[in-house]
Design a protein around this ligand. Structure first.
Ligand code: ADP
Ligand code: MG
Length: 576
């Protein structure tokens, strides 16, 4: 179809609003255009988080020279002729607004060549007006270059976040476009460095490896299958996130936000994840175009399904079945002998649960017992310890809670949270600059990080090193891990580091990295719910807890101790 301006009546029915909010929106619109043009390879180059330059080069159909100026008129599109066409829409774009909106807030130039022509056409615009045009030699396809984005729109510039955040929006966008279209080869080059590349093999799993990294990808569970119109991958319960941002949903090849669909996945994990934790998912759905309304949101990110056609039950069932199948497999690891953790007893705040090692955690000879720094060093306030009464251990319940008797009734102590708090306070009181106790690995481990992790790691490096992770850059994309903090339990140090980096990355923009890293390490090093303890170990744990300056709440702010007073007991027994 040639490019034509939609009649005003039709144009007026299109969801209106600002399309270009930040550099990542430019990348989205230009890459979507390239995809609509049938590109098989798309390269995006940005400089200074896209503010000085965004260049998108594709090998798609190209734009005929006569059409090129039309592409920059409002509501000019080659994709639909009337709103009725939206019901059979096969393209990502349809509003004919992206190019003019970009040209209004930046300097834009385009070179494009269709396959049937020998030369390409060139067009340059300033403040939305064509200032130069002509013929240019070019490879088939289109290159759009956007310079000085928002340079003349100070109000927009003010809204932007830090360059690091804007760049992470761009790479997040690219990652999701690659997950949406595994058959297309994507590249993102930022300030001369290749920060992301997907192979374009056509396999969703390859695209997932390129975005989430091999470590995470290797643990995902397959869901559904392509012929049925629902396919993708979800995380096993032991791999979770603190936000919903890794729930990636694609409908008809379009990355979409749809709260109900996200909930279909989250609900399917009910009882399998601790509160406040979310699964990771990459899920594709194919539905007849007529049941999907994409004209809801100016940036086309939200979609609506026609009534009665919502895929909630389909998604819920598929995810639930995939999880059930996975959980039924009898495993021989000690982990499997513990009951599937019902919500209430799950080790809350324990996002990463390495397989439980059989070592006694607090007794002599165990790494945690021997190397955990003394919980209450001399510098603790004198009141420390006076907040907990002296308790006598009665036993352990469900391998999760320590039941003790005190001067005023019964005390139930969450063993994981108690140990977490002990370790957290020890880490916090450790003087900065003092060498942490480390455990050298027999052989250095090569960490293969995802592009996101790689981009983030340098900013967390000093904090991680301070805690005892000996990390060293090893070539372009890899890092070597030589040592870990001594208090980290034996197991899988590579995934412990990787999951810790993820946790910092997710919440790192807001919080204090050092503080987050302490919490993350304490949580990983603490003994888990489900771990049987000897009477001696329980006594030891309570003694260490008594030494804490805040023995009542764990680092995540959840209660460590539940107290049932004598009065309460007597009332229950109707003795008083
Ligand atoms: P829309 O994508 O909604 O049609 P745009 O403003 O994004 O509107 O683009 C206008 C038109 O320019 C498109 O309909 C398409 O015909 C043409 N176009 C834009 N980018 C490309 C590209 N990379 N390759 C081929 N054609 C393109
Ligand atoms: Mg478009």
């Amino acid at each position: 179809m040639s490019i034509q301006v939609l009649p005003p009546g039709e144009a007026g029915k299109i969801a209106a609003g600002e399309v270009i909010e930040r550099p990542a929106s430019v990348v989205k619109e230009l890459v979507e255009n390239a995809l609509d043009a049938g590109a098989t390879s798309i390269a995006v180059e940005v400089r200074e988080s896209g503010l000085s330059l965004i260049r998108v080069t594709d090998d798609g159909s190209g734009i005929p020279p006569d059409d090129l100026p039309l592409a920059f008129l409002r509501h000019a599109t080659s994709k639909i002729r009337s709103l009725a066409d939206l019901y059979s829409l096969a393209t990502l774009g349809f509003r004919g607004e992206a190019l003019p909106s970009i040209a209004a807030v930046a300097e834009v130039s385009v070179i494009s060549r269709t396959r049937d022509r020998d030369a390409g056409a060139y067009l340059e615009l300033r403040r939305g007006q064509v200032i130069q045009q002509g013929a240019r030699g070019a490879a088939p396809g289109t290159t759009v270059t956007v310079r000085r984005l928002f340079a003349e729109v100070p109000a927009r510039l003010k809204f932007l976040k830090s360059p690091r955040t804007e760049l992470s929006h761009i790479s997040n966008m690219m990652g999701h476009l690659a997950l949406a279209r595994p058959e297309v080869h994507f590249q993102l080059i930022a300030d001369g460095r290749r920060v992301f590349e997907s192979p374009g093999s056509g396999r969703l799993s390859d695209a997932i490896v390129s975005w989430h990294g091999a470590e995470v990808s290797g643990r995902l569970i397959a869901v559904g299958n392509q012929p049925d119109g629902l396919w993708g991958y979800i995380s096993p319960p032991e791999l979770s996130r603190s936000t919903r941002s890794d729930l990636s949903l694609f409908v008809n090849g379009r990355w979409v936000q749809n709260a109900r669909l996200a909930y279909a996945i989250i609900d399917a994990y009910q009882g399998l994840l601790p509160p406040g934790r979310y699964p990771l998912a990459v899920l594709h759905l194919r539905v007849p175009p007529e049941v999907l309304d994409v004209n809801v949101h100016p940036a086309k990110a939200e979609v609506r399904f026609s009534q009665g056609q919502e895929p909630y039950p389909l998604v819920y069932r598929a995810v639930r079945e995939a999880l059930a199948e996975k959980l039924d497999v009898p495993a021989v690891t000690p982990r499997a002998t513990r009951p599937v953790i019902p919500e209430a007893q799950a080790a809350r705040g324990a996002p990463y649960t390495p397989p439980i090692t059989e070592q006694p955690l607090l007794g002599a000879g165990s790494p945690a017992g021997t190397t955990a720094p003394a919980p209450a060093p001399a510098g603790q306030p004198a009141t420390a310890g006076s907040r907990l009464p002296v308790m006598r251990v009665l036993g352990q319940m469900n391998a999760t809670f320590i039941v003790a008797e005190g001067p005023d009734g019964i005390y139930m102590v969450d063993q994981h949270r108690a140990h977490e708090q002990i370790l957290y306070e020890a880490l916090a009181s450790q003087e900065r600059g003092r060498e942490p106790e480390v455990q050298l690995l027999l052989e250095p481990l090569v960490l293969h990080l995802s592009p996101r992790q790689r981009a983030f790691l340098p900013s967390a490096l000093s904090v991680l090193r301070e805690m005892g992770f000996d990390l060293e850059s090893f070539g372009e994309d890899a890092w070597l891990l030589r040592a870990v903090p001594a208090l980290l339990p034996a197991g899988d140090p590579a995934s412990a580091v990787s999951s810790l980096i993820d946790e910092l990355l997710e919440s790192g923009q807001a919080g204090d990295l050092r503080e987050l890293a302490r919490k993350g390490l304490a949580c990983r090093a603490a003994l888990k719910a489900g771990q049987p303890m000897s009477a001696g170990e329980m006594r030891e744990l309570l003694m260490q807890l008594e030494g804490c300056s805040n023995p009542l709440l764990c680092p995540h702010g959840d209660p460590i101790i539940v107290h049932l007073s004598r009065t309460q007991l007597e009332r229950q027994f109707r003795r008083s």
